[in-house]
Write a new protein. Structure first.
Length: 366
């Protein structure tokens, strides 16, 4: 344990010395992707696979594989029960802050029925990798957050290495969907790894200064208001993982942004900073709502996502009816599992709605 902590401190110090000599201007800063997100490509994956659950639409395989800095990454590979092709297009799914690799489970049935394999990992300090100390991912420890984001990008790149070893995955048709923190990670991941085609970045933003000053997340807001000096140090440390520096590298591959026009977690100004930093071709979709799309827009968001994937990974956009997006259940257990996967998104929407209503009514009750 002491050796691991000592190595982590050495890595953090080395990165700190490297970055201290770099300009902090978002428009002029240049970082070497191989130096920041590179890894030893000869490192054995040592992948282990264990069959897990099955439904009428898909089967799940638990996977672990070796990544940089002696990390083992827990992942899930979700394969259609009735594959349409010998080599399947695969979509990598990346959860948001506080989530885990099952965050997009409500979409597993829809996407596997559309012919996709899916692959999801736990980000550093999330899911099965969550540490016992429960230190906040962001906030007072910017070095920890920066190193975790870098590690997760490398872990995703190693995940692509793993997918390329499978005979049932088409290595030339790998997509990506990331939400919130997963979108921020995706801007960097797709920016430095050309094997990722047509990424989708949901409710993502850029420019850490905007995020820290205007986000409703208390871990950022409180630091910005109560300790400006601490915030300036955090901005200096986090600059290398500001997605505005990396999202432009996705071009000429296409990228889809989906954002809420009233998002106060990843503020609209931050959304636009990321959009503006991206090259062409890009598509920007706005829904009316906050950080979590309201249920009335769920089918619209899912339709945008599936049509984007079908266009760029299968070459055939599809006009589908609303029934095509509903899950199919072979048992009561599958029905209850689906409800459990949807429940967090529903709860998040109503929490956000209640907070907005409370803020609106508070002045009226004084």
């Amino acid at each position: 344990m002491r050796t691991r902590r000592r190595m982590s401190a050495i890595v953090g110090l080395a990165l700190g010395l490297l970055l201290s000599g770099c300009s902090q201007s978002p428009s002029t800063t240049k970082y070497d992707p191989d130096l920041i997100f590179g890894y030893d490509k000869t490192l054995p994956l040592s992948a282990q696979e264990t069959p897990a659950e099955e439904t009428a639409d898909y089967r799940v395989i638990k996977v672990t594989y070796r990544s940089a800095r002696d990390q083992r990454v827990p992942a899930l590979l979700i394969l259609p029960k009735q594959p349409r092709e010998e080599k399947l297009p695969c979509v990598i799914l990346m959860h948001g802050l506080g989530g885990d690799k099952r965050m997009f489970q409500m979409l597993w049935g829809t996407l596997t029925r559309a012919g996709y394999a899916l692959f999801a990992i736990d980000a550093q300090y999330h899911g099965e990798r969550k540490p016992s100390d429960d230190i906040p991912f962001f906030g007072m420890y910017p070095y920890r957050a920066r190193d975790a984001l870098i590690q997760t990008v490398i872990d995703l790149r190693r995940g692509v290495d793993y997918l390329q070893t499978r005979k049932d995955i088409d290595p030339n048709r790998i997509g990506y969907i990331g939400a919130s923190m997963g979108g921020i990670i995706g801007a960097m991941f797709a920016g430095v790894d050309e094997r990722v085609k047509a990424p989708i970045l949901l409710v993502a933003g850029g420019d850490w200064k905007i995020l820290m000053e205007k986000s409703t997340l208390s871990m950022w807001r409180d630091a910005a208001r109560n300790n400006p000096q601490q915030m300036q140090e955090a901005l200096r440390v986090m600059d290398v993982v500001d997605p505005v520096h990396w999202v432009g590298r996705i071009a000429p591959r296409p990228v889809l942004f989906i954002n809420g026009d009233a998002d106060d977690v990843v503020p609209v100004e931050s959304n636009k900073a990321l959009h503006n930093a991206a090259g062409e071709p890009k598509k920007i979709v706005w829904y009316k709502g906050g950080h979590v799309p309201p249920p009335t827009d769920w089918l619209t968001v899912i339709s945008e996502v599936t049509n984007w994937l079908n266009t760029h990974l299968q070459g055939k956009p599809t006009a589908r009816g609303w029934r095509d997006y509903l899950p199919r259940f072979g048992s009561w257990r599958e029905w209850t599992d689906w409800l459990a996967s949807v429940a967090p998104a529903v709860a998040a929407f109503f929490r956000e709605f209640a907070a907005t209503l409370s803020a609106y009514l508070r002045p009226l009750t004084r």
